[in-house]
Design a protein around this ligand. Structure first.
Ligand code: C2E
Ligand code: CA
Ligand code: CA
Length: 828
């Protein structure tokens, strides 16, 4: 492009140079022509002057006679002037003929001058003078003619040269015009060319920059241009593209930043919301400047407005409860030292209304590169409610919900405390009283649980009247109460209180419109050297209480060591019993049941035996009640049922009359539950027994606990097809009205009635009545514990269908029983 412009401008310059040259040349030529013209005009003047001189000379010659001398001089002067004029007219531009003419004029003038001088010098002779005058005038005439012809010639020359000059001027004009036209045309071409090669891309560039300025980043120019503009377009496009990319990147970054800003704002808002929502106050302590920021919530939590609390850390600490302040400060100090990872402290703060509020302060320090803390910030939560709940929970955990008295745990705690005091102070004595209300179950059952509860509350209150504030009354559970008497002088003091209770407690309580009476059995345990655990004292007082109960209730007993020994043995037995099943220490004996009329074996009653590893054989009356108490009975009962069924199946497999054998199993009250139905069903199917080969013995006492429920359960059992017998009949004070509604088969008359039936009239009457009842209700009867022939005979007389007792067989082990089955020829 640069070269093109330079070449174009150079060309233009050359054209102008050429035009100037032509013009100068033309002007030069025209100037020369005009000079010649001037010379010609000068010659013409010369000629006129020459003609004038010649004519003067000639006229002088003829008009002047005398004195010649003066006239001659004038003539001579004129001739000399003529000569010089002629000489002046010699120039190269003359045509050759003109030059010749001029030479001739010079000669003539010379002759004329000679003639004149001759005339002047020879003035004496007049003729000669006349001739000379004539000659001279002749010459003058010739000269005039010559000059005239020359003048003609010259005027023609002037005309010619003038025409030539005009034509040259015209030519110069034309040349200049052409030149101007050419230069204009060429200039126009260059302008068009430059417009094409500069303006268009420039305009495109301007348009492109305008579009980019309008935001159209990445807009690209056409790359049709060559040279600089092409390069410019490429650079421009590259620039535009990089602008676009940068813009996109920038936009991306801006968007990222905007998003980050939005996220930050959201997070800040969330934080603010969370802080507000969390209901926590915030604090931020500038440790270097020792100023602290408390959030509005922090202040409002304590009832303060924004300006009430400044930025002084003391504004905080002065509100802390004096008992808690040291703890809080210590925790902060520990954390700042780096001993603990963060601050977590619970303390009371004074609310503006004067109350104490529990607050939980959490905080953590920010440390510099040298691990020096420079900022400490955290939160404050109002935990008053939680504390109250905790206190309530603690209270609940240590108090009885019904009476509000301390519970067993708190009582034990206080006893433990007393034990520790006794260890420190040798003379310190205390006593634990264990109270159990007599007949409480009866009151509860007869008057209802609500009255029962009211009674417990009232008893609690009354007991509290008997003691000093330093003593403790606690409800230990159910109808049991405990009293801790601290710092007494001796056992007498404890006994005196027990007596007062015995005396005052039976005063009637007015409960729900009823006058309720109660009494308590009390066990007393006095602190002594041997005790280390509160449980030991409680246990001994409890044991003493049991003895009081056993000795007739409504009395107190003081614990002594023999009670303990007894209870230890009991405890040992309990432990052994728990392990008896897994050690397979139980086995079953079978007492035959005899048909009284024929003496034939009708079946067996399964009776459990415990072969104790050290104590030998233990009978059921010595461990069944204990097993019931400690909840082992369902397990033992299940084993009995399984074992009896297994044995019966085994005997039945002997075939023959053994197929008609039946085994009865004793059930405890604990087993007599709806679950029993399913258990029996499984047993029967497991051992493939016909249902009527299994008989269940349930004591009258068990059935009468809840006759309605019992009736329903009996009906379910009956639907299985098993035999149902009432055991120990006659001892359970049963209301006979229920009897017809129980789907039972057999009454087993208790041994206490059979015994001495032959001579004991009462027993005889009772058995007779029972047998009559059985007969009326179409029930079978078994007389238990028949020991003598006389007893048997009486029973036979009274029509008792079945008997069992030592008269026939005691309870036999399984092998002996099987021998009996075989011996009785029941088996073929
Ligand atoms: P029970 O059901 O009344 O059983 C009869 C008891 O009288 C048995 O005592 C038996 O050995 C005893 N006996 C039988 N004939 C005579 C006799 O002629 N004279 C005397 N003095 N006693 C006789 P045992 O085996 O000691 O059982 C006592 C009680 O233990 C049973 O009284 C029964 O209530 C219970 N019992 C026994 N085995 C079990 C059992 O497997 N489960 C349950 N829950 N209780 C059982
Ligand atoms: Ca029985
Ligand atoms: Ca019995």
């Amino acid at each position: 492009m640069k070269f093109r412009i330079i070449i174009s401008l150079s060309l233009l310059f050359l054209i102008y140079l050429f035009g100037i040259f032509v013009s100068i040349n033309n002007v030069n030529q025209t100037t020369a022509t005009l000079n010649r013209l001037l010379n010609l005009h000068k010659i013409s003047d010369l000629r006129a002057s020459l003609v004038h001189r010649v004519m003067r000379v000639n006229s002088d010659l003829y008009t002047v006679h005398t004195p010649y001398s003066q006239s001659l001089d004038r003539i001579v002067d004129n001739v000399d002037a003529l000569t010089s004029l002629a000489a002046a007219c010699t120039s190269c531009h003359h045509r050759p003929e003109t030059l010749a003419d001029l030479e001739q004029v010079g000669l003539l003038i010379e002759d004329f001058k000679k003639a004149l001088s001759f005339y002047i010098t020879t003035s004496a002779d007049s003729r000669r003078l006349e001739r000379l005058k004539h000659d001279a005038s002749q010459v003058g005439e010739t000269l005039l003619l010559q000059v005239e012809s020359m003048a003609r010639e010259a005027s023609l020359g002037v005309e010619r040269v003038s025409a030539q000059a005009f034509s040259e001027i015209q030519r110069s004009k034309n040349a200049l015009l052409v030149l101007v036209a050419l230069a204009g045309l060429f200039g126009l071409l260059i302008a068009v060319f430059l417009a094409r090669s500069i303006t268009r891309p420039t305009r495109a560039l301007v348009a492109a920059t305008r579009r980019i300025a309008a935001g159209e980043y990445g807009f690209a120019l056409e790359t049709v241009y060559r040279e600089e503009f092409g390069e410019l377009a490429r650079h421009f496009n590259a620039m535009s593209l990089s602008l676009k990319n940068s813009y996109a990147r920038l936009e991306g970054e801006v968007e990222e930043r905007r998003q980050a800003e939005r996220a930050l704002r959201a997070s800040e808002e969330r934080y603010a919301l969370a802080a507000r929502g969390a209901n926590d106050g915030l604090w931020d302590w500038d440790l270097l400047g020792n100023s602290i920021y408390f959030s509005p919530r922090w202040k409002s939590m304590l009832g303060y407005d924004e300006p009430d609390i400044g930025t002084d850390p003391n504004d905080w600490f002065r509100l802390v409860h004096p008992d808690d302040r040291q703890g809080l400060e210590a925790k902060i100090a520990f954390h700042l030292e780096g001993t603990v990872a963060h601050i977590e402290s619970e303390q009371r703060l004074r609310h503006r209304d004067g109350t104490w509020r529990w607050t939980l302060t959490r905080g953590v320090a920010v440390r510099d590169e040298n691990d020096r803390p420079y900022r400490l910030a955290g939160s404050q939560t109002d935990i008053t409610e939680r504390k109250k709940t905790e206190e309530q929970l603690v209270h609940d955990a240590f108090h009885d919900a019904l009476t509000g008295l301390p519970n067993r745990a708190l009582f034990a705690n206080r006893v433990e405390h007393a034990l520790l005091t006794a260890q420190r102070r040798p003379g310190f004595l205390f006593a634990v009283l264990f109270l159990d209300l007599d007949r409480f179950k009866f009151i509860n059952d007869s008057l209802g649980h609500f009255t029962g509860d009211q009674l417990l509350i009232a008893v609690g209150r009354r007991l509290a009247e008997f003691i000093r504030p330093s003593d403790t009354v606690a409800r230990l559970g159910g109808d049991e109460f405990g009293i801790l008497l601290e710092d007494i002088h001796g056992l007498d003091e404890a006994v005196a209180i027990a007596r007062r209770i015995q005396k005052d407690l039976p005063r009637p309580f007015m409960l729900d419109g009823h006058e309720v009476f109660t009494s308590a059995s009390i066990g007393i345990a006095l602190s002594s050297r041997g005790y280390e655990q509160p449980g030991q004292l409680l246990r001994d007082a409890d044991l003493a209480m049991y003895h009081a109960k056993a000795r007739g209730k409504a009395r107190y007993e003081i614990f002594d060591k023999s009670m303990h020994d007894h209870s230890l043995a009991h405890l040992q037995l309990e432990n052994d019993l728990r392990r008896a099943i897994e050690r397979q220490e139980f086995h079953l004996c079978y007492q035959p049941v005899i048909e009284s009329a024929t003496g034939k074996l009708s079946g067996f009653e399964a009776l459990i035996r415990w072969r104790h590893p050290t104590r030998g054989l233990i009978l059921p009356s010595d461990f069944i009640p204990l097993a019931e108490d400690i909840g082992l009975l369902p397990t033992i009962g299940l084993w009995v049922l399984g074992e009896a069924c297994r044995r019966l199946g085994q005997w039945r497999s002997l075939g023959g009359a053994a197929l008609f054998l039946a085994v009865s199993v004793n059930l405890s009250g604990r087993e007599f539950t709806p679950a029993l139905v399913e258990t029996i069903r499984k047993m029967l199917s497991e051992h493939q027994l016909p249902p009527d080969s299994l008989r269940l013995e349930i004591t009258e006492r068990t059935l009468m606990g809840d006759p309605q429920t019992s009736g329903a359960l009996l009906a379910e059992l009956k639907s299985l097809g098993v035999g149902l017998q009432i055991d120990d009949f006659g001892t359970g004070y049963s209301s006979l009205s229920y009897l017809p509604h129980f789907p039972i088969d057999t009454l087993k008359i208790d041994r206490s009635f059979i015994s001495g039936i032959d001579h004991n009239r009462d027993n005889y009457e009772i058995v007779r009545t029972i047998l009559a009842l059985a007969q009326n209700l179409n029930l079978k009867a078994v007389g238990e514990g028949v020991e003598t022939q006389a007893e048997l005979e009486k029973l036979q007389d009274l029509g008792c269908g079945y008997v069992q007792g030592n008269l026939f067989h005691p309870a036999l082990d399984a092998a002996t029983a099987e021998q009996l089955i075989r011996r009785q020829s029941l088996v073929p």
